[in-house]
Design a protein around this ligand. Structure first.
Ligand code: FPP
Length: 230
């Protein structure tokens, strides 16, 4: 099962406690550690986390720097444990605008976990769904410059950031808003959507588990064509 999460509400979590927004991101990073650990144990095969969107560049530079620091710290601190737990790390999004130190950390964690065969963890950094589609089309056009071949669904998928991974079965958004905010626009075509009011730093493994249970129940009701008795 592929679960993708829009981790929203860090800023409000901090502000409601009279703290700076970056404290919310720091607390949010702790939830990332817990959720990744938990995902490995409950049959999630692919977990995608929206850590930094193409729109997040509009935030104050201190907040942007903190987010990159947290991502780097998470990778540096956790990559060995993730490798031991057989977690394979990949990234979605563009890399050409990211600080070099972030890209270096991304490369080394991908390389270190390349052969892992357990949970596939995707972290979306400088990611936007529209940008992903445009990059895929542009890559296709560059590769097919000499021909006039047209792009089809299977080919677009091949050039997308997820390549051979399945689309998310379930997309969870924390923080109360009910929209996708440019997340996995191509891949979300048939995903079940779950919007929860809980702010990301308060999101727990129990809530993930209950979102998965509702998904299972929904799937049992609508997922299969009932067998007609002969
Ligand atoms: C949205 O909350 C959250 C983000 C923009 C960043 C998410 C990042 C983390 C949880 C931590 C770092 C990630 C990893 C993978 C270690 P918001 O600030 O938009 O909240 P608001 O809607 O309350 O303002």
């Amino acid at each position: 099962m592929h679960v993708a999460i829009i981790m929203d509400g860090n800023g409000r979590w901090a502000e409601s406690r009279g703290l700076h927004r970056i404290c919310g991101h720091k607390e949010g990073a702790k939830r990332v550690e817990e959720i990744v650990r938990y995902a490995s144990t409950v049959g999630i095969t692919n977990l995608t986390l929206y850590a930094f969107s193409t729109e997040n560049w509009q935030r104050p530079s201190l907040e942007i720097q903190t987010l990159f620091q947290l991502i780097k710290l998470y990778l540096r601190k956790k990559v060995h444990v993730l490798k031991l737990e057989n977690v394979k790390i990949s990234f979605m999004g563009r890399r050409d605008q990211l600080p070099k130190s972030v890209v270096t950390e991304m490369h080394s964690s991908e390389a270190a976990t390349q052969k892992c065969t357990g949970l596939q963890l995707n972290i979306a950094v400088d990611y936007g769904g529209r940008d992903e589609i445009l990059r895929a089309v542009n890559k296709f056009m560059c590769a097919n410059i000499a021909t006039s071949s047209k792009i089809d669904e299977a080919t677009l998928r091949k050039y997308s950031d997820l390549k051979d991974q399945p689309d998310p079965d379930l997309i969870i958004r924390t923080g109360g808003d009910q929209r996708l905010s440019n997340f996995m626009l191509w891949h979300a075509a048939y995903s079940e959507l779950s919007f929860v009011d809980t702010l990301w730093p308060d999101f727990s493994v129990q809530e993930l588990s209950s979102a998965m249970k509702s998904f299972d129940a929904q799937n049992r009701r609508f997922g299969t064509i009932p067998q007609v008795a002969e």
